[in-house]
Design a protein around this ligand. Sequence first.
Ligand code: ADP
Length: 193
Amino acid sequence: MDGGARRRRPLRAVLLGAPGSGKGTQAERIASRLGVPAISTGDMLRDQVAAGTELGLRVRDVMAAGSLVEDDLMAEVVRARLARSDAQRGFLLDGYPRTTVQAETLERLLGATDARLDAVVLLEVPEEILVLRTLGRQRADDREDVVRERLRVYREKTEPLVGYYQGRGLLRRVDGDQAVERVTAAVLASLGG
Ligand code: ADP
Protein backbone atom coordinates (compact mmCIF):
# COMPACT_ATOMS: atom_id res chain seq x y z
CA MET A 1 0.00 0.00 0.00
CA ASP A 2 2.71 2.49 0.94
CA GLY A 3 4.83 1.42 -2.05
CA GLY A 4 8.00 1.71 0.04
CA ALA A 5 10.61 -0.87 0.95
CA ARG A 6 10.09 -0.76 4.72
CA ARG A 7 7.69 -3.01 6.51
CA ARG A 8 6.11 -2.05 9.78
CA ARG A 9 6.56 -5.54 11.17
CA PRO A 10 10.00 -7.20 11.10
CA LEU A 11 10.30 -9.97 8.54
CA ARG A 12 12.34 -12.95 9.68
CA ALA A 13 12.88 -15.34 6.82
CA VAL A 14 15.18 -18.10 5.63
CA LEU A 15 16.24 -18.84 2.05
CA LEU A 16 16.67 -22.56 1.55
CA GLY A 17 18.17 -24.22 -1.51
CA ALA A 18 21.00 -26.36 -2.82
CA PRO A 19 24.45 -24.95 -3.59
CA GLY A 20 24.07 -23.04 -6.86
CA SER A 21 20.35 -22.43 -6.38
CA GLY A 22 20.93 -18.68 -6.28
CA LYS A 23 20.38 -18.06 -2.57
CA GLY A 24 23.22 -15.56 -2.27
CA THR A 25 22.13 -13.51 -5.28
CA GLN A 26 18.50 -13.49 -4.22
CA ALA A 27 19.22 -12.86 -0.53
CA GLU A 28 20.94 -9.54 -1.37
CA ARG A 29 18.20 -8.44 -3.77
CA ILE A 30 15.30 -9.41 -1.52
CA ALA A 31 16.87 -8.04 1.64
CA SER A 32 17.52 -4.63 0.10
CA ARG A 33 13.95 -4.51 -1.20
CA LEU A 34 12.61 -5.36 2.25
CA GLY A 35 15.04 -3.18 4.21
CA VAL A 36 16.44 -6.03 6.29
CA PRO A 37 20.01 -7.40 6.38
CA ALA A 38 20.92 -10.45 4.28
CA ILE A 39 22.87 -12.74 6.57
CA SER A 40 25.01 -15.26 4.69
CA THR A 41 26.85 -17.72 6.94
CA GLY A 42 28.98 -18.79 3.95
CA ASP A 43 30.15 -15.17 3.42
CA MET A 44 30.73 -14.70 7.15
CA LEU A 45 32.90 -17.82 7.32
CA ARG A 46 34.81 -16.92 4.14
CA ASP A 47 35.56 -13.48 5.65
CA GLN A 48 36.96 -15.21 8.74
CA VAL A 49 39.12 -17.49 6.61
CA ALA A 50 40.41 -14.55 4.57
CA ALA A 51 41.21 -12.58 7.73
CA GLY A 52 43.03 -15.57 9.22
CA THR A 53 41.12 -15.40 12.52
CA GLU A 54 40.99 -18.31 14.96
CA LEU A 55 37.51 -19.20 13.71
CA GLY A 56 38.73 -18.95 10.11
CA LEU A 57 41.57 -21.37 10.80
CA ARG A 58 39.15 -23.81 12.44
CA VAL A 59 36.70 -23.89 9.52
CA ARG A 60 39.03 -23.53 6.53
CA ASP A 61 39.68 -27.21 5.79
CA VAL A 62 36.09 -28.26 6.47
CA MET A 63 34.82 -25.69 3.99
CA ALA A 64 37.41 -26.57 1.37
CA ALA A 65 36.28 -30.21 1.54
CA GLY A 66 32.62 -29.27 1.04
CA SER A 67 31.64 -30.55 4.49
CA LEU A 68 29.59 -28.72 7.10
CA VAL A 69 31.06 -26.73 9.95
CA GLU A 70 30.00 -28.15 13.35
CA ASP A 71 26.56 -27.18 14.58
CA ASP A 72 27.91 -25.82 17.91
CA LEU A 73 30.35 -23.50 16.20
CA MET A 74 27.64 -22.28 13.80
CA ALA A 75 25.25 -21.71 16.71
CA GLU A 76 27.70 -19.23 18.23
CA VAL A 77 28.33 -17.48 14.90
CA VAL A 78 24.59 -17.05 14.27
CA ARG A 79 23.76 -16.13 17.87
CA ALA A 80 26.28 -13.27 17.77
CA ARG A 81 25.07 -12.07 14.37
CA LEU A 82 21.36 -12.09 15.24
CA ALA A 83 22.10 -10.17 18.44
CA ARG A 84 23.37 -7.17 16.44
CA SER A 85 21.10 -4.17 16.25
CA ASP A 86 20.45 -4.30 12.49
CA ALA A 87 18.90 -7.77 12.84
CA GLN A 88 16.29 -6.58 15.34
CA ARG A 89 14.11 -5.24 12.52
CA GLY A 90 14.21 -8.60 10.75
CA PHE A 91 16.60 -10.52 8.53
CA LEU A 92 16.95 -12.86 5.60
CA LEU A 93 19.15 -15.84 6.39
CA ASP A 94 21.14 -17.46 3.56
CA GLY A 95 22.97 -20.70 4.37
CA TYR A 96 21.54 -21.21 7.85
CA PRO A 97 20.01 -23.47 9.02
CA ARG A 98 21.56 -26.38 7.13
CA THR A 99 20.69 -29.22 9.51
CA THR A 100 17.71 -30.08 11.70
CA VAL A 101 19.82 -29.35 14.78
CA GLN A 102 20.54 -25.87 13.38
CA ALA A 103 16.82 -25.32 12.72
CA GLU A 104 16.11 -26.15 16.35
CA THR A 105 18.92 -23.83 17.46
CA LEU A 106 17.45 -21.00 15.39
CA GLU A 107 14.02 -21.56 16.92
CA ARG A 108 15.57 -21.44 20.38
CA LEU A 109 17.62 -18.29 19.65
CA LEU A 110 14.56 -16.47 18.32
CA GLY A 111 12.32 -17.79 21.08
CA ALA A 112 14.62 -16.23 23.67
CA THR A 113 13.34 -12.82 22.53
CA ASP A 114 9.79 -13.99 21.78
CA ALA A 115 10.50 -13.81 18.06
CA ARG A 116 9.76 -16.46 15.46
CA LEU A 117 10.34 -17.19 11.78
CA ASP A 118 7.76 -15.82 9.36
CA ALA A 119 8.68 -17.83 6.27
CA VAL A 120 11.13 -20.23 4.69
CA VAL A 121 11.52 -19.88 0.92
CA LEU A 122 12.82 -22.90 -0.99
CA LEU A 123 14.55 -22.10 -4.30
CA GLU A 124 13.98 -25.13 -6.53
CA VAL A 125 16.51 -25.76 -9.32
CA PRO A 126 17.14 -29.04 -11.22
CA GLU A 127 20.34 -30.87 -10.25
CA GLU A 128 22.06 -30.61 -13.66
CA ILE A 129 21.59 -26.83 -13.64
CA LEU A 130 23.03 -26.62 -10.11
CA VAL A 131 26.24 -28.38 -11.17
CA LEU A 132 26.64 -26.20 -14.27
CA ARG A 133 26.09 -23.00 -12.33
CA THR A 134 28.45 -23.89 -9.51
CA LEU A 135 31.24 -25.00 -11.83
CA GLY A 136 30.92 -21.68 -13.64
CA ARG A 137 31.96 -19.82 -10.46
CA GLN A 138 35.50 -19.15 -9.29
CA ARG A 139 35.36 -20.11 -5.64
CA ALA A 140 37.95 -22.34 -3.93
CA ASP A 141 35.26 -24.89 -3.01
CA ASP A 142 33.83 -25.02 -6.54
CA ARG A 143 36.01 -27.84 -7.91
CA GLU A 144 33.84 -30.56 -9.44
CA ASP A 145 34.50 -33.21 -6.77
CA VAL A 146 33.83 -30.65 -4.02
CA VAL A 147 30.68 -29.43 -5.77
CA ARG A 148 29.36 -32.99 -5.93
CA GLU A 149 30.19 -33.46 -2.24
CA ARG A 150 28.36 -30.22 -1.31
CA LEU A 151 25.31 -31.44 -3.25
CA ARG A 152 25.47 -34.81 -1.52
CA VAL A 153 25.70 -33.11 1.89
CA TYR A 154 22.77 -30.88 0.94
CA ARG A 155 20.58 -33.86 0.03
CA GLU A 156 21.52 -35.76 3.16
CA LYS A 157 21.61 -33.05 5.83
CA THR A 158 19.72 -30.01 4.57
CA GLU A 159 16.90 -31.34 2.41
CA PRO A 160 15.10 -32.80 5.47
CA LEU A 161 14.45 -29.17 6.46
CA VAL A 162 11.92 -28.96 3.62
CA GLY A 163 9.64 -31.36 5.46
CA TYR A 164 10.52 -29.81 8.81
CA TYR A 165 9.33 -26.36 7.72
CA GLN A 166 6.45 -27.67 5.65
CA GLY A 167 5.16 -29.32 8.81
CA ARG A 168 5.30 -25.95 10.55
CA GLY A 169 3.38 -24.26 7.76
CA LEU A 170 6.30 -21.96 6.91
CA LEU A 171 7.51 -23.35 3.57
CA ARG A 172 7.08 -21.42 0.28
CA ARG A 173 8.36 -23.03 -2.93
CA VAL A 174 9.77 -20.84 -5.70
CA ASP A 175 11.02 -21.92 -9.15
CA GLY A 176 14.68 -20.87 -9.09
CA ASP A 177 15.27 -21.91 -12.70
CA GLN A 178 14.25 -18.63 -14.31
CA ALA A 179 15.77 -15.18 -14.88
CA VAL A 180 17.19 -13.52 -11.74
CA GLU A 181 14.56 -10.73 -11.75
CA ARG A 182 11.73 -13.22 -12.11
CA VAL A 183 13.00 -15.27 -9.20
CA THR A 184 13.25 -12.10 -7.08
CA ALA A 185 9.66 -11.17 -7.96
CA ALA A 186 8.44 -14.68 -7.14
CA VAL A 187 10.23 -14.71 -3.78
CA LEU A 188 8.82 -11.28 -2.88
CA ALA A 189 5.36 -12.45 -3.88
CA SER A 190 5.76 -15.57 -1.74
CA LEU A 191 6.61 -13.32 1.21
CA GLY A 192 3.43 -11.39 0.65
CA GLY A 193 4.79 -8.28 -0.96
P1 ADP B 1 26.62 -22.63 -1.06
O1 ADP B 1 25.45 -21.72 -0.92
O2 ADP B 1 27.29 -22.51 -2.38
O3 ADP B 1 26.31 -24.04 -0.66
P2 ADP B 1 27.78 -21.22 1.21
O4 ADP B 1 28.48 -20.02 0.74
O5 ADP B 1 26.45 -21.05 1.83
O6 ADP B 1 27.73 -22.24 -0.03
O7 ADP B 1 28.69 -22.04 2.26
C1 ADP B 1 30.01 -22.44 1.93
C2 ADP B 1 30.52 -23.42 2.99
O8 ADP B 1 30.50 -22.78 4.30
C3 ADP B 1 29.69 -24.68 3.18
O9 ADP B 1 29.99 -25.67 2.22
C4 ADP B 1 30.07 -25.07 4.61
O10 ADP B 1 31.34 -25.68 4.68
C5 ADP B 1 30.18 -23.72 5.32
N1 ADP B 1 28.87 -23.31 5.93
C6 ADP B 1 28.13 -22.23 5.61
N2 ADP B 1 27.01 -22.18 6.35
C7 ADP B 1 27.04 -23.27 7.16
C8 ADP B 1 26.16 -23.82 8.14
N3 ADP B 1 24.99 -23.23 8.43
N4 ADP B 1 26.53 -24.97 8.77
C9 ADP B 1 27.67 -25.57 8.50
N5 ADP B 1 28.54 -25.12 7.57
C10 ADP B 1 28.24 -24.00 6.90
